[in-house]
Design a protein around this ligand. Sequence first.
Ligand SMILES: *Cc1c(COP(=O)(O)O)cnc(C)c1O
Length: 236
Amino acid sequence: MTESDKRQRIAANWQQIQSEVDSAIAAHNRPKESVLIIGVTKYVDAEATAMLLDAGCRHLGENRPQVLWQKAESDAMKSRAVQWHMIGHVQRNKLRRLLKHQPLIHSVDSTRLLAAISKEAMSQQQTIRVLLEVNISGDDSKTGLTADAIGKLLADGTPPAIEITGLMAMAGWGTDTDAARRQFAQVRHLRDNLSQQFQLPLTELSMGMSGDFVEAIAEGATMVRIGSRLFEGVID
Ligand SMILES: *Cc1c(COP(=O)(O)O)cnc(C)c1O
């Protein structure tokens, strides 16, 4: 595949996903532009990631901290306007270099990690926005906090230099779209309850990927994380 074919294919995929997201928004009577599309670029190199930016995507997600910073600091990407999203597990020893790129962290899965983000954010004199990752499928192989653990974490209060703005979730492996939709509805209910109990806005719901973003939008997702559909025809 030539560079130019790749570029065209990524641009076409981006247009297609935008229109499918818009249709889902309209079909479920959600306000226009109420869903942010995060382009998940973990499948591709910095050059192809830059092509997605050229197509118009401004929010990029990576699941490994070191890949996020390597791309952000690469020749193809540096000095470009990007909001980065950290969507995978974060090791505490990776925070210093990660936070320099001011990511929204979707994958806070322990109070220890939250405390470490707070400490590093304070030392870098910035405020970091985070989402709490909820393990809704009850799947042991999945990361994320149980509903009870999230309640306990919020009861302790938000540590300094952190803004907790919502929840992130993934449907369990192998769930069909109906089951995924029920899990997304559970996440929304959990958010509504927590928001009321702790008097926190918790406006963001990061849920939905290539295979289930329509169901997630139906249940109130404000951020969908889309990877493979955006790189269809470019990756195997
Ligand atoms: C890879 C990944 C995605 C994107 O998944 P696709 O099915 O490729 O769209 C979304 N969220 C997380 C946490 C991921 O690791």
